[in-house]
Structure formats: C-alpha cells, structure tokens
Design a protein around this ligand. Structure first.
Ligand code: SF4
Length: 354
C-alpha cells in the first residue's frame, strides 16, 4: 500500500475504499503505433468515502480528478489497485458485480446535453435504467414522474420534452433524476455544475444538498471551483499530477492547509473578504508533463520550499504536523499530507529554500 488508510471520524467504516489505484495511458507513435510513453494520469492513490459524507476532490486540470471518477465507476479499466464498495471488492471481469455496482453508484457529468439521448423524450431516458434492471414499464413511468417532482421539474410540463427543449439547468436536473432512478447510494458529480450560470448553479447545489439529506446519499464532488467545493464538502482531497497530496476535513483544509500546493491553490481563490486574502504567491507555470513527472516530490519544480530531499525522495501521505493557531489546535489525526516538511515528525521544517 502506498499510504496509510485515511482515518475516519468516529471510526466509521468506509462505503467506498480505494487502495493503490493506478491508470497510465499509452502515448503512441512511430509507424507501428507502439507505446512510446505513458501518461501517469492516476498513480497509486488511496481514498476512503464515508457513508453520508460529501468528499470534494480538487486540483488543476489534468491532475487526475476525472480519470479517478471514471476508474471508480469502472468506465475505464484500472492498471492496478483495489476498489471495495460496501465491503465487496469489485473486479473488472465480474459482470454481475459491475452491474450491481453501477446500480449503487451513479455519475453526473459536466455536459448536460451530451449526457442525454437527443432522440428520446427525457421520460424515456429516465425509464431506461430501471427497465434494464427488470422494473416494469408502468412502475418505471411512475418512478420517472416522482423523480421529476423530486428534482423540481413539473412532470406535466416537462416529461415528454426532448433535451434540446430544456435549459442547461433543467437538463442537469434531468441528469440528476436519471442518476437517482436506480436508487443509488453514492453519486459521483464530475464538474456537474461547472457549465451552469451562477444563479442556476446555486439552485442545483442546494437541490443536491437537499437530496443528500432526504435520501441519505453519499457524494464524491469533483470541481475546479474551490468556493463551490468548500460549500458542498465535509472533507476535501487535493490532487496534483496523479497523486493525492492532502486530505482532511473541509475547515481544516481551508483554514490550516499544510501542503504548499494546497496553499497556493487556495491563495488564488477569489474572495471579497479581506481577511481571507493571503500573502502566499500564486502558483506560477504549468504543471510538469505527466508523461515524465519529476522525481521525488512531483511538486518540487513549482515549490518555493523545495530542498534536496524533495528532489530525491517521494513524500508519502501521512498525518499532518500542523501548528497551533488562533483558529485552533494543531492538525487533527484525520488530516493527511504528502510533504516532507509538513508530515508529522519528519524532522524537516517548512522554511522557504534560500
Ligand atoms: Fe514542496 Fe518538498 Fe513539500 Fe514537495 S515535499 S511540497 S517540494 S516542501
């Protein structure tokens, strides 16, 4: 295992447990179209999702957030790793297990239009999943009408419409209804509100929080918008170049972040509150090429604290050292970081390199 299991508040067992998950995509070239390199999209990550929580995942474009989501759904095949849902390990070659997993885990994508079949009335789209799982047409139709009401769409007005007859916000409500049609326990929301206008985005976010409360759902909420992730999430996981670099309760991450990458990411977060503006310089430059990531800590090429050890040794995820602040005590046991200078008892100090 690459990192210690993430500690869970109150010792609750995870609904979803992921260990050593890896996905490299081949880069092909030459006249024989052979693999000439590998994009290390997701590299040996561990994560736990607790029942009923919202786990936010953040990071720059290309950090591996969406690839992780697709691996968890088994939409693409992992090169290595173990995914355990509700105590059952799911194997890629177990068709019945995958079918059951996809009933219990559903996904909502960013592009609300291409997620729907343009040739089908939206009622038929919502009925499709339950019918495939053996629900009768009459029951599936009844369930579709209930789901429309649940996501705030009047069935009488909308149910026979086609996707092109709906606004972006209405289409995303339909996608949420479709995701709920099989009564899943976990929803993966991959940039699900990113394409919406701000006013519509707020409505859909509040709808998601209401559904979570009323239906007892668990979410993995992926977004590049740090304000939205803070609003939605109980815990936040930060990814950089295919690796998990920090994870912890939302307040802990936003107020006492430990990893220099998290700090730089949050310092770029727009805020009207002068108390939330930081002295931390924003990130400069693009992330390194994921085909040839830097040795040691992958962040060392952009880190103002990098020392020799950072270029030589890869930091492992471990309990954050933290510091006593006016806001509270040092980092809790459920706050993990992958940084030589910030992991508890590392012996290094986080002072800018000369
Ligand atoms: Fe920066 Fe070193 Fe920490 Fe990496 S391990 S984030 S390079 S201080």
């Amino acid at each position: 295992m690459n990192a210690p299991a993430q500690s869970t508040a109150g010792g609750a067992s995870a609904l979803l447990e992921v260990r050593d998950l890896r996905k490299y995509f081949p880069v092909r070239g030459g006249i024989l179209n052979r693999a000439v390199g590998w994009v290390q999209a997701v590299d040996d990550i561990d994560l736990d999702v607790l029942p009923g929580e919202v786990l936010g995942i953040v990071g720059e474009s290309g950090c591996g957030k969406s690839t992780t989501a697709r691996l968890l759904m088994h939409l693409i095949r992992a090169d290595a790793g173990r995914i355990v849902f509700d105590g059952n390990a799911v194997r890629a070659d177990d068709a019945a297990g995958l079918r059951e997993l996809r009933r219990q885990m559903q996904m909502v994508f960013q592009d609300s239009y291409s997620s729907l079949n343009p040739r089908l009335p939206i009622e038929d789209t919502i009925m499709f999943g339950p019918k495939v799982h053996g629900v009768s047409s009459a029951e599936a139709r009844e369930r579709a009408r209930e789901l429309f009401a649940l996501v705030g769409l009047d069935p009488a007005q909308f149910i026979r419409r086609y996707p092109h007859e709906l606004s972006g916000g209405q289409r995303q409500r339909v996608n949420i209804a479709r995701a709920l049609a099989l009564e899943p326990r976990l929803l993966i929301l991959d940039e699900a509100v990113s394409a919406l206008d701000k006013s519509v985005e707020a409505q859909v976010l509040n709808l998601l929080l209401t559904l979570r409360r009323e239906l007892g759902l668990t979410y993995i909420f992926i977004s590049h918008d740090l304000n939205v992730v803070q609003y939605m999430s109980d815990r936040v996981l930060v990814m950089y170049l295919g690796k998990v670099v920090e994870i912890g309760p939302t307040a802990e991450i936003y107020q006492r972040m430990q990893h220099p990458y998290t700090e730089a990411l949050l310092s770029a977060m727009p805020s009207m509150d002068p108390d939330r503006r930081t002295e931390t310089p924003p990130l400069v430059g693009d992330p390194p090429n994921p085909i040839d990531p830097p040795p040691g800590c992958r962040f060392h090429t952009r880190c103002r604290f990098a020392e020799d050890v950072c270029r030589r040794a890869e930091p492992r995820l471990g309990p954050a050292a933290g510091e006593e602040t006016a806001d509270g005590p040092a980092a809790g046991a459920d706050h993990l970081v992958a940084c030589h200078m910030r992991v508890a008892a590392s012996g290094h100090s986080l002072a800018p390199a000369g």
